[in-house]
Design a protein around this ligand. Structure first.
Ligand code: FES
Length: 285
């Protein structure tokens, strides 16, 4: 993004960057959806798939150059924020988008989050809507001063849009409150909808140097329903890990300089690239 002379220009440029990003992300998402489905999925969608991994992988979040992103450089969303960049990364498999959020000014710990400063929490949620599977950017985070038009159509105003915003799905209006951690379904979502569930939460960790890792899904709500590779599929209960770790593509292995957090169980450290609509805050140091 080029430098501009005033706040209006800066906002215009931010909007253009965001629109450009959303177009690019839309194409990527379409490729991801259709590329992730095999003929077998259509013919026999209930076919069980073997897990690719025995446990959740540990993945360091990196920028497009493969450089680990420092937690300091992730922008915070506050009560006063009027926009927030989309920051998307895949986890636990390559086919599963998630939304990264840092929320600032919260009075109590966001369940399942990492505290990164006074009143500041880093968390992430599946970018696959748990209603019928629309994905980011149709599902996106909107802070208090950025109520999407589609939410206004169903009655949301600044009086009833929460102070730390919502993840909102433009497909049918599902709402998810990121300050509630794994139990984030807000109101009832689109009605009638027996298939409505909270967004699964990604467990994160930050090492002493500020590198950020995805380490698993919150066991309180781990099933990612409407997997992109699993049309119409919903799996529950004890099959959680298998379902989250099967049917997709492994994340790439991290191949950069060694990092403080040792990889776990399988001895491997993976990486997940964060795509940002704001042209970074990274790789600024
Ligand atoms: S798919 Fe998100 S609200 Fe229906």
């Amino acid at each position: 993004m080029t430098k501009s002379s005033g706040p209006d220009n800066a906002k215009d440029e931010t909007d253009v960057d965001r629109r450009t990003f959303i177009k690019a992300l839309g194409l990527s998402t379409a490729a991801l959806i259709f590329g992730g489905l095999s003929l077998e999925d259509y013919i026999n969608p209930s076919a069980k798939k073997q897990p690719l991994l025995g446990n959740y992988p540990v993945a360091v979040l990196v920028d497009s150059t493969g450089t680990p992103i420092n937690v300091k450089n992730i922008p915070p969303a506050a009560k006063s924020s009027s926009s927030y960049p989309i920051m998307m990364f895949n986890y636990p498999l390559q086919d599963e988008p998630n939304i990264l959020l840092k929320i600032s000014g919260v009075s109590s710990q966001i369940p399942g989050s990492v505290k990164t400063g006074s009143g500041e929490y880093l968390t992430a949620f599946s970018g696959i809507c748990q209603h019928l599977g629309c994905v980011v950017p149709l599902l996106d985070y909107h802070p208090h001063n950025s109520i999407p038009f589609e939410a206004q159509l169903i009655g949301y105003t600044e009086l009833n849009w929460p102070e730390f915003g919502l993840l909102f799905c433009k497909c049918h209006g599902s709402q998810y409150d990121p300050t509630r951690g794994p139990h984030n379904l807000y109101n009832s979502g689109p009605a009638p909808s027996p298939a409505n569930h909270s967004l699964p939460q990604v467990m994160l960790s930050v090492d002493a140097a500020g590198n950020v890792y995805a380490t698993g899904m919150n066991s309180a709500n781990a099933v990612i329903r409407t997997h992109l590779w699993q049309p119409g599929g919903e799996e529950y209960g004890s099959e959680v890990v298998d379902e989250n770790l099967s049917g997709g593509t492994l994340l790439p292995l991290y191949d950069g300089p060694s990092l403080p957090l040792s990889p776990v169980s399988d001895g491997k450290l993976y990486k997940s690239i964060v795509i940002s609509s704001s042209n970074g805050p990274w790789p600024r140091k």
